[in-house]
Design a protein around this ligand. Structure first.
Ligand code: ACO
Length: 308
């Protein structure tokens, strides 16, 4: 049985906030942000709701997959910034898309949300309980960022990415490992009805170590060698985290995809957006082995090795 990502889509708002714009808002500089994070600009949803962004990304994914809305069995939407506390944003998306035969749920796993969603979707597809699943990662982080806190506001952006995943086709998940540790909850969290708070330095070290460990584990479980992996798509949190991960895995940076300079950290949306763009640039091709990895608030982290 296949686990095939048949279609990908993404949406980012038109409004661009550059590092130079941020220089006028807080005590920071383009030079500091660029060298510490790799980010040059990010997108901000001024008029779009979370569901608007998820909807636009999903339409592209459905069209690319050539699957009609009514053929979707399940919608999983990963987000930490839903439009409402309930109902789930996935339900609003289900109605907007006309996925009349789907049940829909949100999952909260911060930056690992897309990978957790992929793990759940794979299980449903493998067991035969679903044939086609729409998996979306969408975030409107601008609404929970404290725009007076220079240590966090320079890092995040808004956007959505979507994938239509089916139980037929030639794709497969060769191995995956997901982890959580709530003992670290206060390293990265959202205050109730308030702002995102983060201990950046501690998170940096944990991100490199934990993503490297799960990547090594999936590579071992899948019985492949690092040379066979065409592309690593890490969660786009910080270019220095990606460089440190590449070094630890002994994979050259040419095989590590990054678009962080354009979008910053879009949490659950970052991996599907990166996958879409990597495909468009010819860096992700059908049949390739691609390693996805993420780490985020929870803490949550994981890695999946796919034959795309
Ligand atoms: N502009 C200018 N100076 C700043 C800024 C800013 N935007 N932010 C912090 N500083 C200052 C600090 O106040 C500090 O000053 P001090 O030395 O006088 O005290 C100095 O810069 C150095 O700060 P550090 O925290 O040591 O900087 P560091 O090199 O660790 O970089 C960063 C900070 C970019 C946040 C980094 O730690 C990081 O990326 N951590 C990972 C966090 C992350 O990615 N979180 C997102 C979600 S989790 C995930 O996805 C993995």
């Amino acid at each position: 049985m296949g686990i095939t990502i048949k279609g990908l889509g993404f949406y980012v708002p038109d409004k661009i906030l550059t590092n130079f714009d941020l220089e006028k808002m807080v005590d920071t500089s383009d030079e500091w942000i660029t060298t510490r994070t790799g980010i040059k600009e990010r997108r901000i949803a001024e008029i779009e709701s979370l569901v608007d962004m998820a909807y636009k990304a999903s339409l592209i994914a459905l069209e690319e997959a050539r699957i009609k809305a009514e053929e979707i069995d399940v919608i999983i939407l990963a987000t930490l910034t839903p439009d409402l506390s309930f109902p789930a944003s996935a339900c609003l998306l289900q109605s907007r898309l006309g996925c009349t035969k789907a049940y829909a749920l949100d999952i909260s796993a911060a930056c690992s949300g897309f990978l957790y969603g992929l793990e759940i979707a794979s299980g449903l597809l493998e067991s035969g309980r679903a044939k086609n699943i729409l998996l979306v990662g969408a975030e409107k982080l601008s609404q929970i960022v404290d725009w007076t806190d220079r240590s966090t506001c320079v890092l995040f952006g808004d956007g959505a990415g979507a994938a239509v995943i089916s139980s037929d086709g030639d794709g497969e998940v060769l191995a995956s490992v997901m982890r959580s540790d709530g003992g670290y909850w206060d390293i990265l969290y959202g205050e109730k009805c308030g702002y995102l708070r983060m201990k950046g330095k501690e998170l940096f070290k944990l991100a490199v170590r934990s993503m490297a460990e799960v990547c090594e584990e999936v590579i071992k479980r899948a019985g492949v060698s690092v040379e066979n992996i065409s592309l690593v798509i890490p969660h786009q949190a910080n270019i220095r985290i990606m460089q440190a991960l590449a070094e630890r895995l002994q994979i050259p940076m040419e095989r590590v995809y990054s678009n962080i300079h354009k979008y910053g950290n879009t949490s659950a949306a970052s991996i599907p957006i990166a996958m879409y763009e990597a495909m468009g640039e010819g860096k992700l091709r059908r049949g390739d082995l691609v390693l996805l990895t993420a780490m985020g608030g929870g803490l949550t982290w994981g890695a999946s090795l796919l034959r795309f």
